[in-house]
Design a protein around this ligand. Structure first.
Ligand SMILES: NC(=O)c1ccc[n+]([C@@H]2O[C@H](COP(=O)([O-])OP(=O)(O)OC[C@H]3O[C@@H](n4cnc5c(N)ncnc54)[C@H](O)[C@@H]3O)[C@@H](O)[C@H]2O)c1
Ligand SMILES: [Zn+2]
Length: 362
């Protein structure tokens, strides 16, 4: 037998900055000049295209940047392979080559699908995130997880592909509907619950200002949330271990999204998931009952659902989808539990029966 070795070890530097401020959209050209690309394409959804999309397109054109705008129909329903194919066809029609860069402008849906298109177009072109929802600012734009949903499961087809930069313009929050603010708060609170007790306290204390969309307080909260996520991603980019704690509330949450064919927002689904994950943490003897109440009171105050019955869901339906979950490996589930507020861990002691029982308790 002959062996030909293909030695491909290399040091890869995927580092990037997350910049946070007001009015950054109008100064994006400055950031783009630092990207090694000759041409740019803004990918955004149909709600954002007419407003921010056009504004950015015209601004960049006025600054002599070669730029195009591609749009898809807004909503989770569009986060599919079909939409990705349409976007790619459009990019091919525009003759975009390897020297192009994608600007993912929008919420988590635009970010996930545009990032995934960047990962595979011409075997990978650079992209930057310009998140416009709170959820995308604090969570989905950081960490390089890009994906689309399939009929079987959420985010079932995707990649790890880091952006070159994340530009968070706080001014986007001014037009964000209240329900989208609340949706994003679910992930923000998740970051506090898994890693930072003081941050959880900060959110509790300032919740009315947060709900009133006070940009100063939100800036502090967004920055802290980004730091928590970035810190976890830096330690475990490809989710071999620690990064799994970011899935707190997501095993049940993703199952709810699939069971409802994505007619529920991601934040609402994971809020329900976090509520049952906390109850299970207490039942298995890890978390104090008082902390379960504290967590769920905050979710309730914000207006996030925390019971299956809020969406007329039957436990059996959820369990079917939990079985599909890609996090099940060899019949085991990596379920994220809390020891206390601010301290999460990944457990392999949770089985389907435990999940069934906790869901049936209501
Ligand atoms: N990649 C990751 O690590 C990661 C993490 C968390 C969530 N996600 C994904 O993110 C997605 C959810 O993202 P989302 O909640 O941002 O949904 P979304 O992208 O659908 O945005 C929600 C709605 O808000 C509108 N919108 C966006 N910005 C606006 C603005 N500034 N003003 C007015 N309207 C605005 C959008 O058009 C859309 O209708 C899910 O698919 C979820 O799986 C990914
Ligand atoms: Zn999430």
């Amino acid at each position: 037998m002959e062996v030909v070795k293909v030695d491909l070890r290399e040091e890869i530097d995927n580092s990037y900055d997350i910049v946070i401020g007001r009015g950054l959209l109008d100064n994006l050209a400055m950031e783009l000049r630092k990207i090694p690309a000759n041409e740019f394409v803004i990918i955004t959804d149909s709600n954002i295209a007419g407003t921010y999309g056009k504004r950015l397109l015209n601004d960049l054109k006025n600054k002599n940047i070669d730029v195009h705008l591609i749009t898809f129909s807004a909503g989770e329903k569009s986060k599919t392979r079909k939409t990705k194919e349409k976007l790619e066809n459009e990019m091919l029609r525009l003759n975009l080559g390897r020297d192009a860069c994608i600007i993912a402008l929008g919420g988590g849906v635009a970010g996930d699908i545009a990032g995934f298109a960047a990962a595979t177009y011409m075997r990978g072109i650079p992209y930057i995130h310009v998140p416009t929802t709170l959820l995308a600012m604090v969570d989905s734009s950081i960490g390089g997880k890009v994906a689309v949903d399939t009929g079987h499961a959420k985010n079932a087809v995707g990649a790890f592909y880091q952006p070159k930069k994340v530009v968070i313009d706080l001014n986007f929050l001014k037009t964000l509907p209240k329900k989208e603010l609340v949706n994003g708060l679910a992930e923000l609170i998740k970051h506090a619950l898994i890693k930072d007790k003081d941050f959880f306290h900060f959110i509790e204390k300032n919740i009315d200002r947060i709900l009133a969309c006070d940009v100063d307080i939100l800036k502090t909260a967004i920055k802290r949330s980004c730091e928590i996520k970035a810190d976890i991603v830096m330690q475990d980019e490809k989710e071999k271990g620690l990064r799994r704690i970011l899935n707190y509330g997501h095993t049940i949450g993703h199952a709810i999204e699939s069971a409802l064919s994505y007619r529920i927002s991601h934040g609402n689904a994971i809020a329900i998931g976090m509520s049952y994950a906390a109850k299970l943490s207490a039942k298995l003897g890890h978390l104090h009952e008082g902390s379960v109440i504290r967590q769920n009171n905050l979710l309730e105050y914000i207006g996030l659902p925390h019971k299956l019955s809020h969406h007329k869901l039957k436990p059996r339906r959820i369990l079917e989808h939990v079985q599909y979950d890609k996090k099940i490996m060899n019949g085991r589930i990596n379920f994220v539990l809390l020891n206390s507020i601010g301290d999460a861990f990944v457990s392999d002691e949770v089985n389907i029966e435990d999940i069934k029982n906790i869901l049936e308790e209501g």
